[in-house]
Design a protein around this ligand. Structure first.
Ligand code: PSU
Ligand code: MN
Length: 303
């Protein structure tokens, strides 16, 4: 095993005996939600994964050590401290040599999960192609990593702040199938109305596990995006959501927020917008994704 990684004993035991494991990211904890809701959510997500029959492995960097599986203290520190780096692929070695703590994005989490052999990963919504990307070139590393690693990523589609159509086009170019879990419409994170289609719809976790097994057994490289709609009672009405997103993007422009700061900034503005319930919705969809991810991991471990 890689000399820079510490695997939590529970996770190591599960991996060695072929039991189901679900990787979880940490940027959503450190940069995607305010304290203390973030820590509460992260602890609940782990509980949901466990209750659904899999071992949770939250991934982060703590004082320069890459951790696969955090203890509650580490998780709390990550959610409380304000100097935690947002770590994408390019940031990992720097964070390690400086002995800093870093929260891993979807892309860095996938990369580390793949190093230790985890095949299923849950998040809220993946990063993707930003609106106006033709001018800014802002395309999340998340899409590259999903397309390179053998992993199933369960998310409520891509974050609604993005250009969802371009995100789907990009995934198609990279050969990533977008599987709608019990839906044929690509979910739009806080809402299930996008007007866009998933590649295919599958209704059972066992079918998704079979697809993973088949893709990788025939030597096709790359991951699968499982798009899991937000539970209807958490969904935000599309008109209010679009309005809130437009004003968040405008605010980012006025304040010259770009690069890695953009996504956390937009989410922060949305979460503080009193017209929509985006923080509650974000938490609701993450719980739902954690559960489906665990069910898929359980089914995949049987194959
Ligand atoms: N999903 C959420 N909240 C988040 C994120 C995803 O519900 O905060 C994070 C993920 O870590 C994702 C990152 O990888 O946002 C994308 O950032 P960027 O657009 O800078 O690549
Ligand atoms: Mn970006």
């Amino acid at each position: 095993m890689n000399q820079f990684i510490d695997i939590h004993p529970k996770v190591l035991d599960a991996l060695r005996s072929g039991k189901p494991v679900v990787a979880l990211e940490s940027t959503v904890i450190a940069h995607g939600m305010p304290y203390p809701k973030n820590v509460e959510t992260a602890l609940n997500v782990e509980k949901i994964v466990e209750q659904s029959g899999a071992t949770p492995a939250t991934i982060a960097i703590i004082d320069g050590r890459i951790k696969v599986g955090l203890n509650p203290n580490e998780l709390t520190t990550l959610g409380k401290q304000s100097n935690v780096l947002k770590v994408s692929k390019r940031d990992i070695p720097y964070c390690v040599i400086k002995k800093y703590s870093g929260a891993t994005t979807v892309s860095a989490t996938i990369l580390i999960a793949d190093m230790v052999g985890i095949k299923v990963f849950a998040t809220g919504g993946i990063g993707g192609v930003h609106k106006h990307a033709a001018a800014t070139f802002d395309i999340s590393r998340d899409l590259e990593e999903i397309s390179e690693k053998q992993i199933a990523v369960v998310s409520a589609g891509a974050k609604a702040i993005l250009d969802l159509n371009l995100t789907l086009e990009y995934l198609e170019t990279k050969g990533v199938e977008v599987i709608g879990y019990q839906t044929s419409e690509f979910p739009a994170f806080f809402s299930n109305v996008s007007g866009l289609n998933t590649t295919y719809q599958l209704d059972e976790a066992s079918q998704i596990a079979q697809l993973m097994y088949t893709k990788w057994s025939m030597g096709l490289s790359g991951g699968i995006l499982v798009a899991n709609p937000i539970p209807q009672h958490y969904a935000i009405d599309k008109a209010s959501l679009d309005k809130a997103i437009s004003s968040a993007i405008l605010s980012a422009k006025e304040n010259n927020i770009t690069g890695k700061e953009l996504t956390p900034y937009l989410l922060k503005v949305l979460h503080s917008n009193k017209d929509i319930t985006s923080l509650e919705s974000n938490i609701g969809l993450i719980y739902n994704n954690a559960k489906i991810a665990a069910l898929i991991a359980v089914e995949f471990s049987k194959l």
